[in-house]
Design a protein. Structure first.
Length: 248
């Protein structure tokens, strides 16, 4: 694999959790922290985006596939930009499940985010039965290929990927560092079939029960470039210790 300039990134996905008090706590915590070797992104629910004061990078948890118009309840990329959002989580397994988001819809959303020059955090990952029946790599490849077909490999230079095995999300059942590394290496190899340089430089996060006590081992794997953190991002002390693990 080619040399790379990847920088570790940790994104906290609050999901439908948190409140104004958590916004204040997180801002205080990160204003006082020195994290020079990595990037931190907080992805709170939409209503809280406007409460952040610019000390941490912001991401949203979803976006409309449409640019604007009569789409009740949707939020556009242009609106996110007004709130200094730089990242957008797309294709999280909870949205794929709760809202029937297909890979084709996910691809449209990725395109929308890229067109606005924001960074999609594109999530892929398998349910437990897929891992058990041995079709894990086909499953992940298919999720990637739908987006590749829509936007093309060159656009992957501006995408962050997140591998989130569904069986590890919110379950306390983390993928082992070796399991995470195996899939991350597969993803990088899959992209390398189309472009070596983009594959070597794309940031691939791991998500699924990352905590302060397992982050360092996961993040030290060769193809793991940080994490997408759910539950632990709701506790500023735990989240900071995960970020410190990425900062090393
Ligand atoms: O987006 C974050 C992931 O779904 C991981 O969630 P978790 O850290 O609560 O397992």
């Amino acid at each position: 694999m080619e040399s790379n300039s990847r920088r570790q990134l940790v994104a906290g996905n609050w999901k439908m959790n948190g409140d104004k008090a958590l916004v204040d706590k997180v801002q205080k915590q990160f204003a006082a922290a020195t994290l020079n070797n990595m990037d931190v992104v907080i992805c709170p629910p939409f209503p809280y985006l406007g409460l952040f004061d610019g000390k941490v990078k912001l991401g949203s948890q979803n976006i409309s596939q449409f640019e604007s118009g009569a789409h009740t309840g949707e939020v556009s990329v242009a609106m996110l930009k007004e709130f200094n959002c730089q990242y957008v989580i797309v294709g999280h397994s909870e949205r794929r499940a709760d809202n029937n988001e297909s890979s084709s819809l996910v691809a449209l959303k990725v395109e929308q985010v890229l067109n606005a020059y924001l960074t999609p955090i594109l999530c892929v990952g398998e349910p437990e039965d897929v891992r058990d029946d041995g079709t894990l790599f086909d499953y992940i490849a298919a999720q990637l290929d739908t987006v590749l077909l829509k936007v093309g490999i060159s656009q992957f230079a501006d995408i962050v990927l997140a591998y989130e095995p569904i069986w590890a999300i919110g379950t306390g059942k983390t993928a082992s560092p070796a399991q995470a590394q195996e899939v991350h290496a597969f993803i990088r190899g899959h992209l390398a079939k189309q472009d070596n340089n983009i594959a070597a430089n794309i940031v691939i996060l791991y998500g699924g029960s990352v905590k302060g006590n397992n982050a360092q081992e996961l993040f030290s794997q060769a193809d793991v470039d940080g994490g997408l953190i759910g539950g632990a991002s709701l506790n500023p002390e735990d989240f900071l210790s995960i970020c410190q693990a990425a900062n090393q």
